[in-house]
Design a binder for this molecule. Structure first.
Ligand code: BJW
Ligand code: ZN
Length: 246
């Protein structure tokens, strides 16, 4: 049988969404790419000569906190003026229409929140929050740039970005709430993620195993493209609005 066209797949998914009771959406860097946020594994994921992956680790911060803070200040400067795109906005519309909706994002850029998404779980933290390495105090701080090195207001300890680095645990309440939503979902969309970073990478397969229809939207194939029920090749900012409007 001939491969379905993107239009046919979008139509099928739209019909399924019209009947969905609990939609879970997992997003990655790809949904913010059209807003101007560099992806991690794309050509634009470099700062100076460093790959983001080499600086987003507890080891890098321990060795050279100044370098790591300069990297995060650069990203804060880059992201501060950026706005949500039609992909983020389409998800806000889906949240309004569906009986139950949970957005699980790996992104730390905060653009889903700016767009107006409400029931949201930030798996990898948020770039606009800082956390004290000494007393654990957490707060939102949108200052750009932050002083290098930034210090805690209550104890003077060194602050770090409130994000999850490689080798660190995700916050258990956030992870547990994600698994609970996935188990209760009847449809899951996996959007703009390369499916290479655990535990997020396995969430679509878990949804499939627990009975959800799983659809992927991505510009390029991923390790899971053939495993999901529906895979739509294209830009999130083009495809998501078609799921809403059609
Ligand atoms: C478009 C598009 C458009 C472009 N439209 N699409 C099991 C096995 C082996 C290893 C592990 C394991 N479990 C855990 C690990 C270790 C590790 C891991 O997964 N390693 C792998 C590399 C194998 N995981 C962890 O350490 C996690 N912690 C953990 O599990 O703790 C317990 C534990 C620890 C150690 C061992 C075992 C257990 C923590 C992971 C934290 C990830 N943190 C980062 C940085 C956040 C802070 C920061 O940004 O500074 O999170 S890494 C980075 O990758 C970031 C992202 O959220 C994450 C995922 O990236 P994403 O979103 O998929 O982006 P890209 O760039 O990869 O892909 C973009 C996609 O978009 C592409 O597919 C494009 O095609 C597409 N695209 N434009 C649609 N317009
Ligand atoms: Zn402190």
């Amino acid at each position: 049988m001939a491969e379905k066209t993107a239009g046919e797949k979008i139509g099928e998914l739209r019909d399924r969404l019209a009947k969905a009771q609990h939609l879970v959406v997992l997003t990655g860097a790809g949904i913010s790419a059209e807003s101007g946020v560099p992806t991690f594994r794309g050509q634009d994921g470099l700062w100076r000569q460093y790959r983001a992956m080499d600086l987003a680790t507890p080891e890098a911060f321990q060795e050279d906190p100044k370098l790591v803070w300069e990297f995060y200040n650069w990203r804060r400067e880059l992201l501060a003026p950026l706005r949500p795109n039609p992909g983020h906005l389409g998800l806000v519309e889906l949240e309004k229409r569906l009986p139950k909706f949970t957005l699980i994002t790996q992104n730390i850029d905060g653009l889903h929140q700016v767009a107006g998404s409400r029931n949201m779980l930030e798996l990898h933290g948020n770039l606009w929050w800082v956390r004290c390495t000494a007393c654990g105090m957490k707060e939102e701080d949108r200052t750009v740039p932050l002083p290098v090195l930034p210090k805690c207001r209550s104890c003077g300890g060194l602050l770090r970005p409130h994000v999850v680095w490689f080798g660190e645990m995700l916050e258990p309440p956030v992870l547990n709430a994600s698994y609970e939503a996935i188990e209760q979902s009847d449809v899951m969309l996996v959007i703009g993620t390369s499916g290479t970073v655990q535990p997020a990478a396995s969430m679509g397969v878990l949804a499939k195993r627990t009975g959800s229809l799983v659809a992927e939207i991505n510009l390029d194939p991923t390790p899971y493209t053939d495993a999901y029920h529906i895979s739509i090749s294209g830009k999130a900012g083009d495809i998501i609005p078609q799921l809403v409007d059609g």
